[in-house]
Design a protein around this ligand. Structure first.
Ligand code: ASP
Ligand code: CP
Length: 356
């Protein structure tokens, strides 16, 4: 384990107070957890992207698909989704199927004994009695970290994958976004040196918060945060960018960013988190449609974590620069890579691929 740090050796209140990058060093041991974007290194991102592509290629042939299905057929994953989800739930489920894991789920907390007053901690501890991995989405920021810490203190520590927590983190989404960017820029020098624009609700968009940090691992990238003032990116993220020496611009002017962006990452207004009517500042200025296709670069990649509302017109869905549907499918491959790595079985795929 990095620095020999173990969750079981630290009190919750001390752990909670750690800076994110230091917290990350606690998640990479045995078993590894995937909880925050800040736990990743560039090398790990590259390894995961390579592994995802290998899994995808191997899976194309029946013999390869059968090989993959045998890899984790002795394991079970629990999908605990206490918040709505389409893609993250389905792509994790599909990733499990590719690798042969059986899955169980709770998607509606009204059907779990939480309604009888059981604490979320006890609920998760119950899941860990039956499963070898927990993939979880929860409305409470930081709860997935608490779960990993709590399991480390029960003697049944199993990998925990954060599939979206509160409005703070969505690390597996950031991984699939990185994979999509890597693939989009494969022939034009990779992600280094690119201008990435984030547009929409950057305050509550957990995908943006996780991805913005991951991009600090690339050389000379410039981030453009484009949003109405009330929905701008949090100062905590800007502080992390400053610390990492990553260049950025905070602006309300989408028109000036469009022509320079190599990637445009659109997001929806997250009105489920409204406290003071923040969403009322939503404006049609933060929209992309057919009228913008001549303004953006020919090589620009348009991403969106989805679901979308009106921020992207459906008329541009078939433009080759609109990569959001591909991005969504990439989620299945990168999550398969991540699950495989969490069980330390990636070498078998790499070996199979070399002999392929
Ligand atoms: N699906 C993403 C998330 O759960 C983005 C969104 O919901 O707008 O964070
Ligand atoms: N991108 C994303 O997390 O989608 P879902 O909310 O549908 O899972």
């Amino acid at each position: 384990m990095a620095d020999g740090k173990k969750l079981r050796d630290i009190a919750w209140k001390d752990f909670k107070a750690l800076p994110l990058t230091e917290k990350g060093t606690y998640f990479q041991g045995t078993p590894p957890h995937t909880l925050i974007a800040q736990q990743f290194t560039r090398k790990q991102l590259e390894e995961l992207c390579t592994l995802a592509t290998r899994i995808k290629r191997i899976n194309k042939r029946r013999a390869g698909a059968n090989f993959l299905k045998g890899l984790l057929s002795d394991k079970r994953a629990m999908l605990y989704f206490a918040q709505p989800s389409s893609r993250t739930y389905l792509s994790h489920n599909a990733a499990c199927q590719i690798l042969g894991l059986d899955t169980m789920d709770v998607r509606d907390t009204k059907t779990s004994s939480e309604v009888k007053g059981e604490s979320p901690e006890d609920t998760i501890r119950t899941f860990s009695s039956y499963a070898d991995m927990i993939i979880m989405r929860h409305p409470k920021g930081g709860f997935a970290e608490r779960v990993a810490w709590m399991l480390a203190h029960t003697g049944r520590e199993i990998p925990v994958l954060n599939a979206g927590s509160g409005s703070d983190q969505h690390p597996t989404q950031a991984l699939l976004d990185i994979y999509t960017l890597e693939r989009s820029f494969e022939d034009i020098g990779g992600v280094d040196g690119k201008h990435v624009a984030f547009v929409g609700d950057l305050l509550r968009g957990r995908t943006v918060r996780s991805l913005a940090w991951m991009l600090t691992l690339y050389k000379d990238v410039t981030l453009h945060f484009v949003a109405p003032e009330a929905l701008q990116i949090g100062q905590d993220i800007l502080d992390l960018l400053d610390e990492a020496g990553t260049k950025y611009e905070v602006t309300q002017d989408f028109a000036s960013v469009m022509p320079v962006a190599d990637a445009i990452y659109m997001t929806r207004i997250q009105d489920e988190w409204d406290e003071e009517g923040e969403s009322s500042t939503e404006s049609s200025d933060y929209h992309i449609g057919a009228e913008h296709l001549d303004i953006i670069k020919d090589t620009c990649a348009i991403l969106h974590p989805l679901p979308r509302r009106k921020e992207i017109s459906t008329d541009i869905d078939n433009d080759p620069r609109a990569v959001y549907w591909r991005q969504m499918r990439n989620g299945m491959w990168i999550r398969a890579a991540l699950i495989l790595q969490s069980f330390g079985r990636d070498d078998e795929v790499n070996k199979y691929y070399d002999d392929y």
